[in-house]
Design a protein around this ligand. Sequence first.
Ligand SMILES: [Zn+2]
Length: 123
Amino acid sequence: MQSMSHLTEDQLNDFRATLEAERDSLDEELAEHGKSVGGDWQGNKGGLEGGEADPTDAADSIEELVTNVPLVEELEKRRKEIEAALKKMDKGAYGHCDVCGAEVPTDRLEANPAAATCVAHAR
Ligand SMILES: [Zn+2]
């Protein structure tokens, strides 16, 4: 049986476990800092929506929003990279560059199991 990948079954299983664990911890962080709206994570707006907010609360909420939005965007971006890597794994394309199809070096995948490109096409 010919393997489609330069990675062994064991390596693939390890990378999958790492990716799934990171996805789970990202979900926890997203749940803590934001909320899911129609499948998209957004920064938690706290008490900004409706009601007669105490001016002090409103100030706190604005501060919270400013802090959370870039964080949530960062978390969401990382989560999408992980989802994409897991999808590639399901298709048997994991470990190959999105741009040229070359094998992504194993040490590069070990540094970042969600790496989608070879070194030459790194973004
Ligand atoms: Zn490439």
